[in-house]
Each structure stands twice: as structure tokens, then as C-alpha cells.
Design a binder for this molecule. Structure first.
Ligand code: PEP
Length: 245
């Protein structure tokens, strides 16, 4: 799989039993061809340790992380705790967190810093709404979201995921042209922020990626991989996406 990165986001799905079954299925399909640097699965917190134990062939990721290290913050999970259970990645700023938990760009940046401080890789999500795209504001919106969500964030251990909100969980994938255009804009902003090291950063596409659409997206120069929600829940469709990379 060239050098693309494919990250599965299980959202609020899964169980210990499901993860064990998934591991057996994915191991059978992949027959030793998995690389934990290039294939990552982000489960709900309680299943991170199970995933690390039963499927060490993939990178283990969380879907969110506290900005705090420890203290009286009921319900939160710190980056140090994630690292302690074998987690090496964390999504931050997913649009569902921004929408349902009012996460701001500044708050997302603080989370990304917290993740990086523990040596984990932060997967920072950005993306425009349908209204913003219809108004023609999408380029400017995403560019400013990238700048604000990366305030103080280092280039090392950083991945950016472009996830247009209108494509997440809707079955409507952005066309390769739409995604490639936006990835080009994001890369320009990354160069502006980090100089030449910004050019080498990976920018993933997310939003209803399926086995049938993955190949076209991965053929684009600016698309370095995918963040996959629904299609990552079944080993077969996830593996088909991984092999399209
Ligand atoms: C996601 O959750 O990040 C995502 C892209 O979901 P889906 O693939 O289901 O649209």
C-alpha cells in the first residue's frame, strides 16, 4: 500500500466481542500485510487496550483526548492515559465533537498539543458545512480552520484530515477533484505554517469513503490517505480500502 495512511474511526460502536471477531477477520484477509504505521483503528476508550492486545498489527487510536493531564476533570481521559494503554494516535476536532460538544478551533489546538506532548500523533479534523460550500466560502473557511486549529501545534506527529461535514455518514463522498482541490489548499496553509516540513505532512480525506470510491481518491497527488467511519466497522470493506491505498 504505497505510503498512504488509512485510519478507521469506529465512533460509538463496538464491543470486546466485536473487536476480537474483527481482529480474526482482518488477520485472515491481510495475511501478514498489515503495517501499524499505515493502518490505524480508533475505537471508543474502553476497547483501546483490547485492540492493542488482539491486533498489534494495527496502530491503536482514540477519538478524542482531554487537554488536562490529571486532576478533578470527571469523565475525561488524558493523553498520558492513552499512551499507557498502548494508544499511539488520537483524532481531535472531529466534526461530531465540534457539533455536539461545542469544540472550538482553539480548544482543538490545545488538545492536539496535549496529544503531541505524550508522543502520540494528533489527527486534526477540519471541514466545511454544506451551506459554506454552497455559498462558495468553503476554501476560506477550511483554510482559516486549519490555521486556528493548529495554533501552537508542532509539525512532528501531526496529520490533518479534511472531512467535509456534508460527506460524513451521508453516503455522499466528495469527488476526487473536490477533495484534491481542498487538500492543495490545506497543504499551502501547512507550508505557510511550518515551511518545507509542512509539505511532507499527511493530509487525509474523510467522508463516506467506501471500497468503490477509495481508489479514485487515493490516485490524487494531494490525498495521502483516508479517515474512514462506517466502512471501517467491517473487516472486509476496511481491508478493501486499505488495499486501494
Ligand atoms: C468519520 O467518522 O470520520 C467519517 C468520515 O465517517 P464516514 O466514513 O462514515 O462518513
Amino acid at each position: 500500500m504505497a505510503d498512504k495512511l488509512v485510519i478507521g474511526n469506529w465512533k460509538l460502536f463496538g464491543s470486546n466481542e466485536r473487536i476480537r471477531e474483527f481482529a480474526i477477520e482482518l488477520k485472515a484477509l491481510s495475511a501478514g500485510r498489515l503495517d501499524a504505521q499505515q493502518v490505524v483503528i480508533c475505537t471508543p476508550y474502553p476497547y483501546l487496550a483490547t485492540l492493542a492486545a488482539v491486533l498489534p498489527e494495527v496502530g491503536v487510536g482514540a477519538q478524542d483526548c482531554s487537554v488536562n493531564t490529571e486532576g478533578a476533570f470527571t469523565g475525561e481521559v488524558s493523553a498520558a492515559m492513552l499512551a499507557d494503554v498502548g494508544c499511539r494516535w488520537s483524532i481531535v476536532g472531529h466534526s461530531e465533537r465540534r457539533q455536539y460538544h461545542a469544540e472550538s478551533d482553539a480548544g482543538v489546538a490545545l488538545k492536539a498539543v496535549a496529544v503531541q506532548q505524550q508522543g502520540l500523533c494528533a489527527v486534526v479534523c477540519v471541514g466545511e458545512s454544506l451551506e459554506e460550500r454552497k455559498r462558495g466560502d468553503h476554501i476560506q473557511r477550511v483554510a482559516s480552520q486549519v490555521r486556528a486549529s493548529l495554533e501552537g501545534v508542532a509539525a512532528e506527529n501531526l496529520v490533518v484530515a479534511y472531512e467535509p461535514i456534508w460527506a460524513i455518514g451521508t453516503g455522499e463522498t466528495a469527488t476526487p477533484e473536490q477533495a484534491d482541490e481542498m487538500h492543495g489548499v490545506i497543504r499551502q496553509v501547512l507550508v505557510e505554517l511550518y515551511g518545507e516540513s509542512g509539505r511532507a505532512l499527511r493530509v487525509l480525506y474523510g467522508g463516506s469513503v467506501k471500497p468503490s470510491t477509495a481508489g479514485g481518491l487515493f490516485a490524487c497527488d494531494n490525498i495521502d490517505g483516508a479517515l474512514v467511519g462506517g466502512a471501517s466497522l467491517e473487516a472486509e470493506s476496511f481491508w478493501q480500502i486499505v488495499t486501494a491505498a
